[in-house]
Design a protein around this ligand. Structure first.
Ligand code: ADE
Length: 236
């Protein structure tokens, strides 16, 4: 998978892309993540990226020219499955959308910034707008990093243990169960007996029940969406 990221602040990606699983995914050839500094697509002397909105008001708007220049340059080199804009106005990101994106070959992620992006860019070039939640970030870079992290870890081979992915929270519209590791007792707190039993079936049953209990307590909205759950929403 190749992901081209268009940003006015490339250094914001230094940390997320150069550590841990994202680093390994790139070194192992599973993901090619290419950063494009929007400023290098400007043509004026001051390398202007943004301007005030027509009609007035606070905040600055990303200008169309550098964005068209950058995206069209990329599109002339290869075809892209999606041109994603990170914006609080987008559809709210979740595991289902993440799974879908992980199966794509080439993505462009355009980081929204300042007050917004000239609407002509969105109308002509953007195919999908994504919000990572109902709160406002200073810019779309951190949202883009969240999307990239969650997508790249799903590419087959990136995480050695494929089983671990399947039991992730949200994979079955359910939270994952609690986990323990050694020692079996720590400051009078004991690991549940079933997990120490060595009996695979007992462990599985404990985990399934614990996951369901946690989901019921914290995210009952997820259970209504579960394929095996009491799915009133889907039926109506
Ligand atoms: N830019 C600012 N806030 C955002 C959000 N919640 N999701 C995506 N992009 C954003």
């Amino acid at each position: 998978m190749r992901i081209d990221v268009i940003t006015a602040f490339p250094p914001l990606f230094d940390g997320p892309l150069s550590e841990s699983i994202l680093k390994r995914a790139q070194e192992g050839g599973y993901a090619e993540i290419v950063l494009h500094d929007l400023r290098s697509y400007t043509r004026d002397k001051h390398r202007t990226l943004d301007d005030t909105p027509y009609g007035g008001g606070a905040g600055m708007i990303l200008k169309p020219e550098p964005l068209f220049e950058c995206i069209e340059t990329l599109q002339n080199e290869r075809s892209y499955d999606e041109v994603i804009l990170t914006t609080p106005a987008g559809r709210v990101y979740n595991q289902k959308l993440c799974n879908q994106l992980s199966m794509r070959e080439n993505l462009i992620v355009l980081c929204g910034h300042y007050k917004g992006v000239d609407q002509r860019v969105i109308d002509a070039l953007v195919t999908m707008e994504i919000s990572i939640g109902d709160y406002v970030l200073t810019g779309g870079e951190l949202a883009a990093a969240v999307i990239i992290d969650s997508v790249v870890r799903l590419i087959p081979g990136v995480i050695g243990d494929g089983e671990s992915l399947l039991s992730d929270s949200f994979m079955e519209n359910e939270l994952d169960c609690p986990y323990y590791t050694r020692p079996p007792e720590f400051r009078d707190m004991k690991v549940p007996e079933d997990l120490l039993s060595g009996d695979h079936k007992r462990v599985e049953t404990w985990r399934r029940k614990a996951a369901e209990k946690l989901t019921r307590e914290r995210r009952p909205d997820l259970l209504r969406k579960a394929p095996h759950g009491n799915d009133k929403e889907q039926k109506s």
